[in-house]
Design a protein. Structure first.
Length: 274
């Protein structure tokens, strides 16, 4: 007669090793009899089940920032800017999402109303500075020749520098861009040449620069770029509060009738990281 021994393991799934003979155990009936070992799954703990279900939500770091300025008297001015961002990174992948909204009036006349959202997922190669990614960007701007602009596509990245002070990622990709509500609403193929730079000036200060150049692959000589540079100063480490001062430049070589090629915005915001 063969004896069945049940072995539990903390892995999902079940298997059976039929008629696996255990070594002889002194003083037991198994010394002369084979033993059948059945592997059966052990019920996961509540913590394991929750972590398995929430893997997509784990590992994120984020921030929220807000800026507000105004004037009253001979001139009535109001400027509002709000943004949020989140990111996570491990040995296999990296994710980034961001959202920014700005609104302004001058003497009760609206002068700015803009929204921008961006997301990117990177697949990293083990023991290599190279990676591939897929990303997308959505923009709404009431004061452009178009109402909405959507762009997305794949690319490759190269981690040029990665140490305790400096993080520099170079990027190159191909994207498809479409404007809605403008003169030209056709899809336009573009290249995307850019970089992400973060440099730690001190323990409480850092410089960040994000730049993307989009040459048109359809119309030679046409291009646009988006650049953002910010100086972040940690105000209260215990409360995770910071001050960010920055400048954003958006350039389009073909902005449309009666539109300027450059849009430059300066900003100062108070932020909270989590």
């Amino acid at each position: 007669m063969k004896t069945n021994i049940t072995v539990y393991r903390a892995l999902f799934g079940a298997g059976c090793l039929a008629c696996a003979t255990l070594p002889a155990l002194a003083g037991s009936d198994l010394a002369t009899e084979g033993a059948r070992v059945n592997f059966q799954p052990e019920e996961p703990t509540i913590e394991e089940a929750v972590n398995a279900d929430n893997w997509f939500l784990s590992g994120w770091e984020g921030s929220f920032e807000l800026g507000l300025t105004g004037a009253s008297g001979n001139n009535e001015r109001f400027n509002f800017r709000a943004g949020a961002a989140a990111s996570r990174e491990d040995d296999k992948s990296a994710d980034k999402v961001s959202l920014m909204y700005s609104y302004a009036t001058d003497d009760s006349t609206q002068t700015e109303n803009r929204l921008a959202a961006e997301a990117r997922h990177d697949w990293k190669f083990a023991d290599s500075p190279w990676r591939i990614y897929i990303g997308g960007r959505y923009e709404y701007d009431e004061f452009q020749d178009w109402d909405h602009r959507l762009s997305f596509g794949p690319g490759i990245g190269y981690q040029a520098i990665k140490n305790d002070r400096t993080d520099l990622l170079l990027r190159a990709g191909l994207i498809a861009t479409k404007e809605f509500g403008g003169v030209d609403n056709a899809w336009t193929p573009e290249a995307d040449l850019g970089f992400d730079l973060e440099h730690k000036l001190t323990d409480r200060q850092k410089l960040t620069v994000i730049f993307d150049l989009y040459p048109s692959l359809k119309n030679t000589g046409e291009f646009r770029f988006i650049g953002d540079a910010g100086w972040t100063i940690e105000l209260d480490p215990d409360a995770n509060l910071y001050l960010k001062i920055g400048v954003e430049d958006r350039y389009d070589s073909t902005p449309g009738p009666d539109k300027k090629k450059n849009d430059i915005a300066y900003y100062a915001t108070i932020g909270w990281s989590f």
